[in-house]
Ligand binder design. Structure first.
Ligand SMILES: NC(=O)c1ccc[n+]([C@@H]2O[C@H](COP(=O)([O-])OP(=O)(O)OC[C@H]3O[C@@H](n4cnc5c(N)ncnc54)[C@H](OP(=O)(O)O)[C@@H]3O)[C@@H](O)[C@H]2O)c1
Length: 319
């Protein structure tokens, strides 16, 4: 076949896919005002987290940007304040690769805040082939993406309970649905593959299911949210010889961070979704209900994680 003809077909197919993707982008249409509410977003200095924080600030919330890099976080904070006129946006530092940092962060939040209405566990890393260990002896991707958000959430629930109808949103990914070989008894044995990233996101789904079961839904509900494929810094690890192609591909086919933020924003503010407590959302819609196997796995996963993050007896108030 003529090479020009193949290129022509590729261009036409790409344009059709692009048009389809544009037409199927879903926006969160909720007009919910967040004046008087406090929202905390991890990894809010860039990407999807930044867009979520910007949206909450526009709605009038007090917004806590929970970030690891002070300079980047302060820049993001300034941009949000200048862009929205909402001066009630603050930075607090947290490094999710350290349980000590998570604990110090929670102490700080509890000192400065008398309520917390929305927690978005957004921060994550996609580290493929880098099997670096944290100071706590866990694979970095497991600790940043799952163990530390678990610890952070459990330690913050008593503050969140002080307001009625608080919400916890856990970011997940399509990679959770294709992750294979997950064994709850071997969570500490990850080796740093793309599959391990998927497993961390599967753990976030299981965590959300079990958290929903343990929480009183009059006080707090929880949802896992999949933003879709989004053009952000999470893909910075692309090999250099593929750099330009990958850049083009991401720009052309992936969502913008603002578009990717829509599902987590929806789960945070949409009215009447409490009946879907614990469920997984994609494109601002609930996808299939969780299965009995997932329910069993989620309980087992919780029990093992509690030990890994070393919860103290007086902190196990979700049983
Ligand atoms: N992009 C996608 O296509 C996609 C698809 C499915 C799911 N998601 C999920 O969406 C969420 C946001 O991802 P994104 O694409 O917006 O990624 P991103 O642009 O790379 O942002 C990730 C954020 O996490 C922060 N972070 C990384 N390690 C941290 C640590 N040790 N402690 C505290 N913060 C840390 C980063 O801080 P620094 O800026 O300091 O590095 C950054 O603020 C993630 O949960 C991701 O798994 C993304």
């Amino acid at each position: 076949m003529n090479i020009l003809f193949i290129i022509f077909i590729l261009i036409i197919s790409s344009i059709i896919i692009k048009i389809y993707l544009r037409l199927t982008i879903v926006k969160c249409n909720s007009q919910m005002c967040l004046i008087g509410k406090t929202a905390l977003i991890t990894g809010a200095n860039t990407g999807i987290g930044y867009e979520i924080a910007l949206d909450f600030a526009k709605r009038g919330a007090r917004v806590i940007l929970a970030c690891r890099n002070e300079q980047k976080a302060n820049e993001a904070c300034r941009k949000i304040i200048n862009g929205t006129g909402n001066e009630n946006v603050v930075v607090k530092l947290i490094d999710l690769s350290s349980f000590a940092s998570v604990r110090a962060f929670v102490e700080d939040v509890k000192k400065s805040e008398d309520h917390l209405n929305i927690l978005v566990n957004n921060a994550a890393v996609l580290e493929v082939g880098l099997n670096s260990l944290t100071e706590d002896g866990n694979l970095l991707v497991m600790q940043v993406n799952y163990f530390s958000p678990f610890l952070l959430t459990v330690l913050l629930t008593d503050l969140m309970r002080k307001s009625k109808s608080s919400r916890i949103i856990n970011l997940t990914s399509v990679m959770a649905r294709v992750a294979h070989g997950f064994n709850v008894n071997k969570m500490g044995n990850a080796v740093g593959t793309l599959n391990d990233y998927g497993i961390t996101k599967l753990c976030m789904i299981l965590f959300t299911i079990e958290l929903a079961r343990r929480l009183d839904e009059r006080e707090i509900t929880t949802y896992s949210a999949d933003p879709g494929l989004v053009n952000t810094e999470i893909f910075k690890q692309t090999p250099s010889n593929m750099h330009n192609l990958a850049k083009f591909f991401k720009r052309f086919f992936f969502k913008t961070p603002e578009e990717g933020a829509q599902t987590p924003i929806y789960c945070s503010v949409a009215k009447g979704i409490e009946k879907f407590n614990g469920e997984n959302f994609v494109d601002c819609q609930k996808i299939k209900r969780y299965t009995i196997v997932e329910r069993q796995q989620s309980k087992q996963c919780w029990d093992i994680t509690e030990k890994i993050v070393s919860l103290k007896p007086n902190e196990i108030y979700l049983s």
